[in-house]
Design a protein around this ligand. Structure first.
Ligand code: PSU
Ligand code: MN
Length: 304
Protein backbone atom coordinates (compact mmCIF):
# COMPACT_ATOMS: atom_id res chain seq x y z
CA UNK A 1 0.00 0.00 0.00
CA UNK A 2 1.07 3.58 -0.61
CA UNK A 3 1.56 5.56 2.58
CA UNK A 4 1.12 9.32 2.30
CA UNK A 5 4.13 11.50 3.06
CA UNK A 6 3.50 12.79 6.58
CA UNK A 7 4.57 16.18 7.90
CA UNK A 8 6.95 16.02 10.91
CA UNK A 9 4.20 16.98 13.39
CA UNK A 10 1.82 14.34 12.01
CA UNK A 11 4.55 11.66 12.05
CA UNK A 12 5.28 12.41 15.68
CA UNK A 13 1.63 12.56 16.76
CA UNK A 14 0.75 9.25 15.09
CA UNK A 15 3.84 7.55 16.51
CA UNK A 16 2.79 8.67 19.99
CA UNK A 17 -0.90 7.82 19.39
CA UNK A 18 -1.91 11.44 19.86
CA UNK A 19 -4.97 13.05 18.30
CA UNK A 20 -4.76 13.95 14.59
CA UNK A 21 -7.46 15.61 12.47
CA UNK A 22 -7.43 15.38 8.67
CA UNK A 23 -8.42 18.47 6.67
CA UNK A 24 -9.35 18.61 2.97
CA UNK A 25 -7.79 20.80 0.29
CA UNK A 26 -10.55 21.28 -2.29
CA UNK A 27 -12.06 23.88 0.01
CA UNK A 28 -8.75 25.78 -0.42
CA UNK A 29 -8.43 25.51 -4.21
CA UNK A 30 -12.06 25.38 -5.34
CA UNK A 31 -14.18 26.44 -2.35
CA UNK A 32 -12.84 29.86 -1.33
CA UNK A 33 -11.26 32.83 -3.13
CA UNK A 34 -7.67 33.97 -2.67
CA UNK A 35 -6.43 35.18 -0.16
CA UNK A 36 -9.13 34.08 2.30
CA UNK A 37 -8.51 30.48 1.24
CA UNK A 38 -4.90 30.50 2.50
CA UNK A 39 -5.75 32.50 5.61
CA UNK A 40 -8.57 30.08 6.47
CA UNK A 41 -6.44 26.99 5.81
CA UNK A 42 -3.71 28.30 8.13
CA UNK A 43 -6.15 29.47 10.81
CA UNK A 44 -8.09 26.20 10.80
CA UNK A 45 -4.86 24.27 11.28
CA UNK A 46 -4.19 26.50 14.29
CA UNK A 47 -7.71 25.93 15.64
CA UNK A 48 -7.03 22.18 15.55
CA UNK A 49 -3.74 22.68 17.44
CA UNK A 50 -5.38 24.97 20.00
CA UNK A 51 -7.94 22.23 20.62
CA UNK A 52 -5.18 19.75 21.41
CA UNK A 53 -4.84 17.82 18.14
CA UNK A 54 -2.50 17.91 15.15
CA UNK A 55 -3.82 18.98 11.72
CA UNK A 56 -3.13 16.92 8.60
CA UNK A 57 -4.16 18.74 5.43
CA UNK A 58 -4.35 16.21 2.62
CA UNK A 59 -3.42 16.93 -1.01
CA UNK A 60 -1.50 15.52 -3.97
CA UNK A 61 1.58 17.59 -4.81
CA UNK A 62 3.51 16.73 -7.97
CA UNK A 63 2.09 13.23 -7.92
CA UNK A 64 2.76 12.56 -4.23
CA UNK A 65 -0.01 12.09 -1.66
CA UNK A 66 0.62 14.13 1.46
CA UNK A 67 -1.01 14.13 4.91
CA UNK A 68 0.17 17.27 6.61
CA UNK A 69 1.56 20.09 4.47
CA UNK A 70 4.42 22.43 5.29
CA UNK A 71 3.75 26.18 5.34
CA UNK A 72 5.29 26.73 1.88
CA UNK A 73 3.34 23.77 0.41
CA UNK A 74 0.08 25.19 1.73
CA UNK A 75 0.89 28.65 0.33
CA UNK A 76 1.79 27.26 -3.08
CA UNK A 77 -1.37 25.16 -3.25
CA UNK A 78 -3.60 28.10 -2.31
CA UNK A 79 -2.21 30.15 -5.22
CA UNK A 80 -1.71 27.41 -7.79
CA UNK A 81 -3.71 27.55 -11.03
CA UNK A 82 -5.25 24.53 -12.71
CA UNK A 83 -5.20 22.29 -9.65
CA UNK A 84 -7.30 19.16 -10.21
CA UNK A 85 -10.31 18.48 -7.98
CA UNK A 86 -9.78 14.90 -6.87
CA UNK A 87 -12.34 12.36 -5.83
CA UNK A 88 -12.01 8.54 -5.65
CA UNK A 89 -12.16 8.31 -9.46
CA UNK A 90 -9.24 10.63 -10.27
CA UNK A 91 -6.83 10.27 -7.33
CA UNK A 92 -4.65 7.50 -8.81
CA UNK A 93 -4.49 9.03 -12.30
CA UNK A 94 -3.41 12.40 -10.89
CA UNK A 95 -0.63 10.68 -8.95
CA UNK A 96 0.40 8.55 -11.93
CA UNK A 97 0.73 11.69 -14.06
CA UNK A 98 2.79 13.49 -11.42
CA UNK A 99 0.24 16.29 -11.19
CA UNK A 100 -1.06 18.39 -8.32
CA UNK A 101 -4.58 17.91 -7.04
CA UNK A 102 -6.77 19.01 -4.16
CA UNK A 103 -8.74 16.33 -2.35
CA UNK A 104 -12.52 16.48 -1.94
CA UNK A 105 -14.21 14.85 1.04
CA UNK A 106 -14.09 11.48 -0.72
CA UNK A 107 -10.38 11.62 -1.61
CA UNK A 108 -9.46 13.12 1.77
CA UNK A 109 -11.14 10.16 3.51
CA UNK A 110 -9.03 7.79 1.39
CA UNK A 111 -5.84 9.72 2.22
CA UNK A 112 -6.72 9.87 5.91
CA UNK A 113 -7.30 6.14 6.11
CA UNK A 114 -3.98 5.40 4.36
CA UNK A 115 -2.24 7.66 6.89
CA UNK A 116 -4.00 6.04 9.87
CA UNK A 117 -6.15 9.08 10.70
CA UNK A 118 -9.70 8.39 11.88
CA UNK A 119 -11.25 11.86 12.13
CA UNK A 120 -11.68 14.51 9.43
CA UNK A 121 -13.14 18.03 9.60
CA UNK A 122 -14.55 19.82 6.58
CA UNK A 123 -17.17 22.47 5.74
CA UNK A 124 -19.96 20.58 4.06
CA UNK A 125 -20.05 17.27 2.23
CA UNK A 126 -21.20 16.85 -1.35
CA UNK A 127 -24.60 15.25 -1.86
CA UNK A 128 -27.52 14.85 -4.22
CA UNK A 129 -27.82 17.96 -6.37
CA UNK A 130 -31.13 19.67 -7.15
CA UNK A 131 -32.44 18.21 -10.40
CA UNK A 132 -30.50 14.98 -9.86
CA UNK A 133 -33.45 13.06 -11.31
CA UNK A 134 -32.36 14.55 -14.67
CA UNK A 135 -28.62 15.20 -14.17
CA UNK A 136 -27.78 12.12 -12.02
CA UNK A 137 -25.37 14.43 -10.14
CA UNK A 138 -24.78 12.67 -6.83
CA UNK A 139 -21.47 13.33 -5.07
CA UNK A 140 -19.02 10.46 -4.66
CA UNK A 141 -18.66 11.72 -1.07
CA UNK A 142 -21.80 9.79 -0.12
CA UNK A 143 -20.42 6.49 -1.41
CA UNK A 144 -17.08 7.13 0.26
CA UNK A 145 -18.81 7.55 3.62
CA UNK A 146 -20.32 4.11 3.03
CA UNK A 147 -16.97 2.39 2.51
CA UNK A 148 -14.09 4.20 4.27
CA UNK A 149 -13.84 4.12 8.08
CA UNK A 150 -13.34 7.81 8.83
CA UNK A 151 -15.62 9.97 11.00
CA UNK A 152 -16.37 13.17 9.08
CA UNK A 153 -17.45 16.36 10.85
CA UNK A 154 -19.34 18.74 8.56
CA UNK A 155 -21.98 21.43 8.99
CA UNK A 156 -24.47 19.13 7.28
CA UNK A 157 -24.67 19.26 3.53
CA UNK A 158 -24.60 22.49 1.55
CA UNK A 159 -28.03 24.04 1.19
CA UNK A 160 -27.45 24.12 -2.58
CA UNK A 161 -28.20 20.39 -2.54
CA UNK A 162 -31.42 18.45 -2.41
CA UNK A 163 -31.22 17.70 1.31
CA UNK A 164 -34.11 15.23 1.61
CA UNK A 165 -32.66 13.12 -1.22
CA UNK A 166 -29.16 13.42 0.26
CA UNK A 167 -30.44 12.00 3.55
CA UNK A 168 -32.30 9.22 1.71
CA UNK A 169 -29.17 8.15 -0.16
CA UNK A 170 -27.08 8.19 3.02
CA UNK A 171 -29.69 6.00 4.69
CA UNK A 172 -29.71 3.56 1.76
CA UNK A 173 -25.92 3.38 1.92
CA UNK A 174 -25.97 2.63 5.66
CA UNK A 175 -24.15 5.80 6.70
CA UNK A 176 -24.93 6.99 10.24
CA UNK A 177 -25.90 10.67 10.08
CA UNK A 178 -25.95 12.32 13.49
CA UNK A 179 -26.80 15.90 14.27
CA UNK A 180 -24.68 17.31 17.05
CA UNK A 181 -26.60 18.88 19.95
CA UNK A 182 -29.91 19.29 18.12
CA UNK A 183 -32.53 17.22 16.29
CA UNK A 184 -32.53 19.17 13.04
CA UNK A 185 -30.15 18.28 10.22
CA UNK A 186 -28.10 21.48 9.71
CA UNK A 187 -27.92 23.15 6.29
CA UNK A 188 -24.35 24.48 6.15
CA UNK A 189 -24.82 28.28 6.31
CA UNK A 190 -28.00 27.76 8.39
CA UNK A 191 -28.47 25.84 11.63
CA UNK A 192 -31.73 24.27 10.60
CA UNK A 193 -32.87 22.60 7.39
CA UNK A 194 -36.35 21.81 8.66
CA UNK A 195 -35.51 18.10 8.34
CA UNK A 196 -34.89 15.85 11.32
CA UNK A 197 -31.47 14.20 11.28
CA UNK A 198 -31.75 10.42 11.54
CA UNK A 199 -29.62 10.38 14.73
CA UNK A 200 -28.59 12.81 17.44
CA UNK A 201 -25.46 12.93 19.63
CA UNK A 202 -24.59 15.39 22.38
CA UNK A 203 -20.93 14.75 23.14
CA UNK A 204 -17.63 14.02 21.44
CA UNK A 205 -17.33 10.91 23.61
CA UNK A 206 -20.54 9.44 22.14
CA UNK A 207 -19.25 9.98 18.60
CA UNK A 208 -15.93 8.32 19.48
CA UNK A 209 -17.68 5.34 21.10
CA UNK A 210 -19.91 4.90 18.06
CA UNK A 211 -16.81 5.03 15.80
CA UNK A 212 -15.21 2.19 17.79
CA UNK A 213 -18.49 0.30 17.98
CA UNK A 214 -18.85 0.30 14.18
CA UNK A 215 -15.38 -1.16 13.81
CA UNK A 216 -16.16 -3.71 16.51
CA UNK A 217 -19.25 -4.80 14.62
CA UNK A 218 -17.23 -5.16 11.43
CA UNK A 219 -19.35 -2.52 9.74
CA UNK A 220 -17.60 -1.03 6.73
CA UNK A 221 -17.63 2.74 6.29
CA UNK A 222 -17.54 5.98 8.23
CA UNK A 223 -19.88 8.27 10.08
CA UNK A 224 -21.18 11.75 9.35
CA UNK A 225 -21.43 14.18 12.25
CA UNK A 226 -23.56 17.16 11.24
CA UNK A 227 -22.45 20.04 13.45
CA UNK A 228 -24.61 23.19 13.20
CA UNK A 229 -22.93 26.52 12.48
CA UNK A 230 -22.82 28.74 15.62
CA UNK A 231 -25.97 30.95 15.87
CA UNK A 232 -24.01 34.19 15.67
CA UNK A 233 -22.55 33.20 12.31
CA UNK A 234 -25.54 31.66 10.56
CA UNK A 235 -27.55 32.97 7.63
CA UNK A 236 -31.12 31.72 8.16
CA UNK A 237 -32.41 29.51 5.37
CA UNK A 238 -35.36 31.80 4.56
CA UNK A 239 -32.85 34.56 3.72
CA UNK A 240 -30.59 32.31 1.75
CA UNK A 241 -33.20 30.30 -0.16
CA UNK A 242 -33.83 32.94 -2.89
CA UNK A 243 -30.08 33.47 -3.32
CA UNK A 244 -29.50 29.76 -3.77
CA UNK A 245 -32.36 29.56 -6.27
CA UNK A 246 -30.88 32.43 -8.29
CA UNK A 247 -27.43 30.82 -8.29
CA UNK A 248 -28.94 27.56 -9.45
CA UNK A 249 -30.76 29.27 -12.30
CA UNK A 250 -27.48 30.86 -13.39
CA UNK A 251 -25.74 27.49 -13.33
CA UNK A 252 -28.47 25.97 -15.49
CA UNK A 253 -28.54 28.89 -17.92
CA UNK A 254 -24.77 28.60 -18.41
CA UNK A 255 -24.86 24.83 -18.72
CA UNK A 256 -22.52 24.23 -15.77
CA UNK A 257 -22.22 20.49 -15.07
CA UNK A 258 -20.14 17.88 -13.26
CA UNK A 259 -17.28 18.91 -10.99
CA UNK A 260 -17.78 22.57 -11.85
CA UNK A 261 -21.24 22.77 -10.26
CA UNK A 262 -20.28 23.09 -6.57
CA UNK A 263 -17.47 25.67 -7.10
CA UNK A 264 -19.72 27.70 -9.44
CA UNK A 265 -22.62 27.81 -6.97
CA UNK A 266 -20.35 28.73 -4.04
CA UNK A 267 -18.87 31.62 -6.07
CA UNK A 268 -22.32 32.88 -7.16
CA UNK A 269 -23.69 32.74 -3.62
CA UNK A 270 -20.59 34.63 -2.45
CA UNK A 271 -21.26 37.37 -5.04
CA UNK A 272 -24.98 37.54 -4.30
CA UNK A 273 -24.52 37.79 -0.51
CA UNK A 274 -21.70 40.35 -0.80
CA UNK A 275 -19.24 37.95 0.81
CA UNK A 276 -21.42 37.05 3.80
CA UNK A 277 -21.63 33.41 2.75
CA UNK A 278 -17.84 33.17 2.93
CA UNK A 279 -17.73 34.55 6.47
CA UNK A 280 -20.29 31.95 7.53
CA UNK A 281 -18.35 29.24 5.70
CA UNK A 282 -15.12 30.14 7.50
CA UNK A 283 -16.85 30.19 10.90
CA UNK A 284 -18.43 26.78 10.42
CA UNK A 285 -15.15 25.19 9.35
CA UNK A 286 -13.50 26.38 12.57
CA UNK A 287 -16.44 25.08 14.58
CA UNK A 288 -16.08 21.68 12.89
CA UNK A 289 -12.33 21.63 13.44
CA UNK A 290 -12.83 22.13 17.19
CA UNK A 291 -15.35 19.31 17.46
CA UNK A 292 -13.18 17.03 15.32
CA UNK A 293 -10.23 17.65 17.64
CA UNK A 294 -12.37 16.76 20.66
CA UNK A 295 -13.52 13.52 18.98
CA UNK A 296 -9.95 12.64 17.96
CA UNK A 297 -8.82 13.18 21.56
CA UNK A 298 -11.60 10.91 22.84
CA UNK A 299 -10.48 8.22 20.39
CA UNK A 300 -6.93 8.22 21.76
CA UNK A 301 -7.94 8.46 25.42
CA UNK A 302 -6.85 12.08 25.75
CA UNK A 303 -10.21 13.66 26.56
CA UNK A 304 -10.30 17.06 28.19
N1 PSU B 1 -17.11 22.24 1.76
C1 PSU B 1 -16.90 23.55 1.59
N2 PSU B 1 -16.45 24.00 0.39
C2 PSU B 1 -16.14 23.11 -0.62
C3 PSU B 1 -16.36 21.71 -0.44
C4 PSU B 1 -16.85 21.34 0.78
O1 PSU B 1 -17.15 24.33 2.51
O2 PSU B 1 -15.68 23.54 -1.66
C5 PSU B 1 -16.01 20.69 -1.53
C6 PSU B 1 -15.65 19.38 -0.82
O3 PSU B 1 -14.34 19.04 -1.21
C7 PSU B 1 -16.65 18.37 -1.30
C8 PSU B 1 -16.91 18.89 -2.67
O4 PSU B 1 -16.16 17.05 -1.26
O5 PSU B 1 -17.02 20.32 -2.45
C9 PSU B 1 -18.14 18.28 -3.29
O6 PSU B 1 -18.02 18.38 -4.67
P1 PSU B 1 -19.02 17.57 -5.63
O7 PSU B 1 -20.37 18.14 -5.33
O8 PSU B 1 -18.53 17.89 -7.03
O9 PSU B 1 -18.86 16.12 -5.28
MN1 MN C 1 -21.11 16.18 -8.69
Amino acid sequence: MITPILSPEVTEALAESRAVVALESTIITHGMPWPQNLETAQDVEQTVRDAGAVPATIAVIDGVLHAGLTGPQLEALAQAKGVAKLSRADLAVCMAQGRTGATTVAATMIGAQLAGIEVFATGGIGGVHQGADQSFDISADLHELARTPVTVIAAGAKAILDLPKTLEVLESLGVPVMAYGQNDFPAFWSRASGLDAPLRVDSAAEVARAHRMRAGLGLVGGQLVANPIPSEDEIPLRELAPVIAAAQEDAQARGVTGKAVTPFLLQRIYDLTGGRSLEANIALVHNNARLAAAIARELCGDAL
